[in-house]
Design a protein around this ligand. Structure first.
Ligand SMILES: Cc1ncc(COP(=O)(O)O)c(C=O)c1O
Length: 369
């Protein structure tokens, strides 16, 4: 019943927005050039048109961090993107590029495996372009993300069995292959291998990060598909060859050679090594555990009023650890991103009972280890 009410509320809001001429403004005329001829743009309202074409120039906030006063730490609020995460960059860029290059057409069915944010962004864009979308998710997805995806009406396939590594990714990919086989004219977005995923960040976020300060010395980025760090690192190194790119991964992820382990926080880490990462320019890797991630999400909120998702806590923890361990660095500009919003973790990271359960399990695992 609640689902029905929410759905009605959004339908109503959408109808109102279409009537409101304020929403017809577009902020990025370049993106829209030539789009008037695009026969696919038929299901999008003015509201969606306005919102979905402005995933750029997200705000930057300077953090005052105790003990790290010599470091200028800059947080770029990627959760301010239209559908609430850094994955708007990849979804919008990728679909537009595929359509423009006629790699897909009006009847193509898009398929993707995603633990949440990419699914939300792709669902929104596919709906806008009138493209059919099959979204493969897993049990790790937060209930909030699942609801946001389902509201955009893609076909959802939920994988509930863990794979041999303890994660879900391998089983999700298996499901994707089955769909690809059975659906004619289908296109697997494949964020782990698709070069457009990295190109999106090279063309957009990479430039914006370079423009935040006169000299970028460090960029800290969480890694999952590898798209963000690959594109951003290439752009940053081009403009600031001496800048250091620090990858942040989560304990239990295998991306940088770690041992696979059951993980509970989506968005960061992976149970396979993404192909696109081979062209990333990474200088160092910092591993953070999920317990520290949770604690640092709370600290980000309590000390800095930044209500962000799991990977933001991991990266914030990595910055603290890195500059505390490297005391010889006397001054530096360090940029990181807040990839998504805290609201998406209300039933996990910001839920008292969930955290208490997590703590008990975490302590048990530590004792066994
Ligand atoms: C919250 C969050 N942080 C970080 C990332 C990592 O981005 P990428 O997949 O580009 O490596 C993602 C990707 O989904 C994410 O959802």
């Amino acid at each position: 019943m609640v689902y029905g009410l929410v759905r009605r509320f959004f339908c109503h809001a959408r109808k109102r927005a279409v009537k409101n001429p304020l929403f017809i403004v577009t902020h990025n005329p370049q993106t829209l050039q030539g789009m008037s001829e695009n026969p696919l743009r038929r299901r999008g309202s003015e509201m969606i048109e306005h919102i979905l074409h402005t995933p750029s120039n997200t705000p930057v906030v300077r953090l005052k961090m105790e003990g790290l006063e010599h470091i200028q730490v800059l947080a770029k609020l990627e959760y301010m993107n239209p559908t609430g995460s850094v994955k708007d960059r990849a979804a919008s860029f990728l679909i537009e590029k595929l359509l423009r290059q006629r790699e897909i057409n009006q009847d193509t069915v898009l398929i993707e495996s995603t633990s949440g944010n990419f699914g939300i962004a792709l669902s929104a864009y596919c709906r806008y372009y009138g493209l059919k979308f099959h979204c493969v998710i897993d049990s790790n997805i937060s209930s909030e993300n699942e609801m946001l995806i389902r509201m955009m009406d893609p076909t959802v396939h939920k994988v509930t069995e863990r794979d041999a590594t303890g994660g879900y990714l391998l089983n999700r990919i298996k499901k994707v292959c089955e769909l690809k086989e059975s659906i004619p004219n289908s296109y697997w977005v494949n964020q782990y291998q698709n070069p457009y995923n990295a190109e999106a960040y090279y063309q957009t976020l990479g430039n914006e990060i370079c423009d935040t300060v006169d000299s970028v010395d460090y960029v800290f980025l969480g890694v999952s598909s590898g798209g963000t760090i690959t594109g951003v690192s290439q752009k940053v190194k081009e403009r600031f060859p001496n800048a250091k790119i620090v990858a942040v991964d989560i304990v239990g992820s295998v991306i940088f050679g770690g041992q696979p382990r059951k993980r509970f926080i989506p968005g960061i880490g992976s149970s396979m090594i993404p192909n696109i990462l081979s062209s990333a320019k990474i200088d160092e890797v910092v591993m953070i555990d999920e317990w520290t991630t949770i604690a640092m999400c709370h600290e980000l909120y309590l000390k800095h009023s930044l209500f962000a998702g799991g990977s933001s806590g991991s990266v914030y923890a990595a910055i603290k650890q890195y500059f505390t361990d490297n005391k010889s660095i006397r001054s530096a500009n360090a940029v990181f991103i807040l990839a998504d919003r805290g609201e998406r973790y209300m039933n996990t990271i910001y839920n008292h009972n969930w955290v208490r359960n997590f703590e008990e399990n975490h302590l048990e695992q530590e004792i066994k280890a």
